[in-house]
Design a protein around this ligand. Structure first.
Ligand code: FBP
Length: 317
């Protein structure tokens, strides 16, 4: 089986930027292996879920594991050609190496509300050229991916030539899976936090109403609904069997632009989604085309099977 390190060598990267991106992916994989083994330690999980009393730049309460994972990722990147680390847990960009070639943007621990429920959590990352500065369009990404710490520890990775899936073994090595990662165009499964239905704007409300109406409604078929509450877990399922994920903006205070962050959550997942043949939008614009104004800005995030995202976009136009 091909391991991640051989897989990256096999890409025959030539430019310093490509080599730096490859090194940063290996550094992230080493950090993910550490995180994965740490969260499997007995008796630790409840402490990991303890609130630290602080909030991050986006106002979320930080859990112990959020901060530990952030430290592990930051420390791991110091050995790679990384100029700057952008993290959900850090208010401002963190300089790493003066001569680093790339920026790594990261949600070190996605889905932290699931830590003490033994559901999947993960690490999301985006690798960008350092020369263009911290606020760049997703189209500039050299690589992106996410690790899932679930029943299996896995990685979905793109470097702009399709999406590749890996699974970690017991010694912390990631092995390439024999899986051609493509998101089917058609699906009958959607994911949204329906508890917020009364706050949704008309397009999301209308799309979901059509799905819920099932065979008797305008879509003329029954739909199924899944919501893990971890972007990584919901995404993995969509890469595996199709589906749509919706975190639209809504009328709750602070949720005008939804909940998810553009730079280190939506853009990296959108890169994977497009590379797997799916679509990712804020309703009117491809996520990959949005240039961030701020490091921690939120974005309505709607992605998945192409035909369904077309339908979602139709409701926005
Ligand atoms: P964190 O980065 O703070 O973990 O938040 C992101 C997230 O947990 C996503 O993984 C998930 O899709 C979403 O928030 C769930 O939001 P909600 O609790 O509003 O359903």
């Amino acid at each position: 089986m091909t391991d991640l390190s051989s897989f990256i060598s096999d890409q025959s990267f030539k430019t310093a930027l490509q080599l730096a991106a490859g090194d940063s992916i290996l550094a992230l994989a080493a950090a993910a292996a550490r995180i994965s083994s740490m969260i499997r330690e007995p008796a630790a999980s409840l402490n990991f879920a303890a609130a630290q009393g602080d909030t991050n730049a986006d106002g979320d309460t930080q859990k112990a594991l959020d901060l530990i994972c952030d430290e592990i990722v930051a420390a791991g990147l110091s050995s790679a050609s990384v100029a700057t680390y952008l993290s959900e847990e850090r208010a401002v960009p963190v300089p790493i190496n003066d001569d680093g070639m790339v920026i790594v943007a990261c949600d070190p621990l996605d889905g932290s509300s699931n830590i003490d429920t033994n559901l999947s959590i993960g690490t999301i990352f985006s690798v960008l050229p350092a020369a263009a500065g911290p606020l760049q369009s997703g189209r500039n990404q050299l690589a992106s991916g996410f690790f899932v710490y679930g029943p299996q520890t896995t990685l979905l990775l793109t470097m702009g030539k399709g999406v590749h899936a890996f699974q970690m073994d017991s010694s912390g090595v990631f092995h390439l899976l024999n899986w051609v990662v493509t998101i089917p165009l058609k699906t009958s499964e959607f994911a949204i936090n329906a508890a917020n239905a009364r706050f949704w704007h008309a397009p999301a409300a209308a799309y979901v109403a059509d799905c819920v109406a099932g065979a008797a409604g305008p879509r003329a078929r029954d739909f199924n609904m899944r919501w893990a509450g971890s972007l990584v877990a919901d995404s993995w399922r969509i890469f595996r069997r199709g589906g749509v994920f919706l975190y639209p903006g809504d009328r709750r205070p602070g949720y005008n632009e939804g909940r998810l962050r553009l730079v280190y959550e939506a853009a990296p997942v959108a890169f994977l989604v497009e590379q797997a043949g799916g679509s990712a939008t804020n309703g009117t614009c491809a996520i990959m085309d949005i240039v961030p104004d701020q490091l921690h800005q939120r974005v309505p995030f709607l992605f998945g099977s192409g035909n369904e995202i077309d339908e979602v976009v139709r409701h926005h136009s």
